[in-house]
Design a binder for this molecule. Sequence first.
Ligand SMILES: C[S@@+](CC[C@H](N)C(=O)[O-])C[C@H]1O[C@@H](n2cnc3c(N)ncnc32)[C@H](O)[C@@H]1O
Length: 332
Amino acid sequence: MGELPVSLVDGFGRAHRDLRVSLTDRCSLRCTYCMPADGLPWIPSAGMLTTAELLRVVGVAVDLGVQEVRLTGGEPLLHPDVVDVVARLHGLPRAPELSLTTNGLRLPGLAAPLADAGLERVNISLDTLRRDRFVALTRRDRLVDVLAGVAAAKAAGLHPVKVNAVLMRGVNEGEAVSMLRWALDEGLQLRFIEQMPLDPQHSWDRGRMVTAQEVLAALSQSFTLTPVPARGSSPAEEWLVDGGPATVGVVGSVTRPFCGTCDRVRLTADGQLRSCLFAPDETDLRAAMRTGASDDEVARRIRACLASKRAGHGIDDPGFLQPTRPMSAIGG
Ligand SMILES: C[S@@+](CC[C@H](N)C(=O)[O-])C[C@H]1O[C@@H](n2cnc3c(N)ncnc32)[C@H](O)[C@@H]1O
């Protein structure tokens, strides 16, 4: 293996190493803050990247310096070939580290085959441990399946198993401490994520958001939190819990933004490259590939997309416009 390339440096000197790949915009849950009860107008199947196209883009991105690929969605485990996709990504020359963000529902059947295929880690999204609240939040009575998914991920040796939770005012904001106690008992790395303006209803309200500071204040009532230095490009700030070694993370995307060290770029399920969740535009790699673009041309378009990346997400800017696509269609 030769020197690692560093071609994906943007205009602010940030080298991009982390590619988030959405496998589908469809999901098996209907979380109230993420999707309407009836779903969304899905990307038609002819518009989705084929597995071959997806592997091609990732192969080019890896040659440009991407070292980590996270599969997401929608719900990535709904992709019929997800195990094959993982195996083939793992088989790439300079294979990237592979991780996945999931609601966990299909992990009981898929965690072991995914681990065998080369998946290293999973993040499982879970916002509440109360069944009634889970039903209200996700519009599905599936808490028991998510918990079975957590157990399956651990049994398959996927490590670490991280749990991502979004706390919402008047909904589940009181669960920070009980969720952390559960995560500590289960050997899971819990991370609280601030809610961002990426809902399809465009009803996000900064004033109602549960902030990183509030989460930390609630946890500090019951635990001793010691900051872990060396965050690097990770979106999560980490704290040792009661002296460690267990940690808890907080992703303060809105109130404690980390855009200055961002190394992420995103590929949607329909082949559009986005330099940021909040980017105003996309680079159409699907059309390029389907009209005969060479790998060099795909690489040129990827570099051009990053060259136009903005310094920050701009949520607090007076002229901020929420992206047209919601989180589920970009890839969370
Ligand atoms: C969109 S989902 C996609 C992957 C997979 N279906 C899952 O449940 O993890 C990824 C993550 O985005 C989070 N999410 C969705 N909308 C969000 C928002 N507006 N702000 C912050 N996180 C959000 C979800 O809670 C979930 O943890």
